[in-house]
Design a protein around this ligand. Structure first.
Ligand code: PLP
Length: 379
């Protein structure tokens, strides 16, 4: 392997939203001008168009909301969380168990499978009828996901599929269709990005209408009269609905561009270090992150810093189990997940976005192989 010196070359970003082409740019700018002219900045035609497109695609009711956290909050409220156990993957984004606790639930961390970073299949053997937040971490869809989620639902659990990082797949019956409801986020770091937003997928027009009503806090005195507390607007702006719908329409191109990036990583990186993708973690069209396992000799924090010296961004999506944080420490399990802690310390997200060129991937792969090489030779 040739030696690579730290470089001042163009930085390589971890993620960049898909870029609109000239035609889209023109259409989006014209639609934005119309929107500003008519003053309909929320709850307008773009929100309705986005909801219609997702309703047709998933064959479920789509309700557009302000963020992935708004989506989870609206669902947890509507399913009734007070006093219930909420199973949350132990490496989840800490805001998720914190939200569950704030709404009166009892978040319980569940172990995750090292290949898919999804909850282990044994989650379905637990007694009771918990709420389960099933995260398809980084858009990785576990081989056991569909079967386990369906088994949980049959046993009376309420399953919310958190597809925040999933690029929706065109194959029918995919992630987002297995649980009682699902959420997709449109935050700037997600595969369909705007300045922020999300969609809830659910079954039943009544449930959807109820969620849609509760996403606003204005003109809903009838809900207050029923005992609701609606503290803020949880809908989507028309700008974000427009931006997301444009990206939704170009999903196939985004998927194809990401496929090319995965192929480039295969050649430049995985061919040399197949162990970076643990057995069972095969590239999938749904990935929103390219997550590698650096192995026992390397810590993600060190490798991230070393890649940064080469101008290459990377990210540690979950540095530690969420119960290590003071506000969540009371939910710490009796037996802590020491293997999970080790796994998270070795897991790194590499640059992965539709604008990445084969040259960028090659440079990233060469830098990573270089960073990984010396320590292993010494051991
Ligand atoms: C798994 C998961 N769910 C939900 C969210 C929250 O999404 P948002 O930023 O749209 O509120 C995130 C944020 O990164 C996430 O990683």
């Amino acid at each position: 392997m040739t030696t690579i010196e730290p470089t001042t070359r163009t930085p390589i970003a971890l993620w960049r939203p898909p870029r609109p082409d000239a035609t889209d740019r023109k259409e989006v700018l014209e639609a934005t001008a119309r929107m500003l002219h008519n003053g309909r900045l929320r709850d307008g035609e773009h929100t309705a168009t986005l909801e219609r497109a997702l309703t047709v695609h998933f064959q479920r009711q789509a309700v557009a909301v302000g963020s992935g956290m708004d989506a989870l909050e609206l669902l947890l409220e509507s399913f009734g969380i007070q006093g219930r156990t909420v199973l949350v993957p132990a490496h989840a984004f800490p805001a998720i168990p914190a939200l569950a606790a704030r709404l009166g639930g009892h978040p319980v961390p569940v172990p995750v499978d090292p290949a898919s970073l999804a909850p282990v299949p044994e989650i379905a053997d637990r007694p009771g009828r918990p709420i389960v937040i099933w995260i398809h971490h980084g858009g990785i869809v576990a081989d056991h996901a569909a079967e386990t989620i369906v088994a949980l639902c049959k046993r009376g659990a309420t399953v919310i599929e958190d597809c925040a990082y999933v690029l929706p797949d065109d194959a029918p019956g995919g992630p987002g269709t297995w649980g009682d409801a699902a959420t997709f986020s449109f935050a700037p770091t997600k595969p369909l990005a705007s300045t922020g937003g999300a969609v809830i997928l659910t079954d039943g027009a009544l449930h959807a209408a109820r969620l849609r009503e509760r996403r606003t806090h204005s003109g809903v005195e009838h809900l207050w009269a029923e005992g609701a507390q609606l503290l803020r607007y949880r809908g989507l702006s028309e700008f974000d609905a427009l931006a997301t719908h444009t990206q939704w329409q170009h999903r196939p191109e985004t998927a194809a561009a990401l496929m090319a990036v995965r192929d480039a990583y295969d050649l430049a990186l995985i061919a040399h270090r197949p162990d970076l993708l643990p057995a069972g973690r095969r590239p999938q069209p749904t990935w929103g992150r390219y997550l590698v396992d650096l192995g026992e000799h390397h810590r993600a924090t060190d490798v991230k810093a070393a890649l940064a010296d080469h101008g290459i961004a990377s990210s540690i999506t979950a540095p530690a189990p969420w119960y290590v944080y003071p506000t969540l420490a009371k939910h710490r399990p009796q037996t802590s997940h020491s293997e999970l802690t080790a796994l998270l310390e070795r897991t790194l997200a590499l640059p992965y976005h539709p604008g990445l060129t084969a040259g960028d991937v090659d440079r990233t792969a060469r830098a990573l192989l270089h960073v990984l090489a010396p320590k292993e030779q010494a051991s």
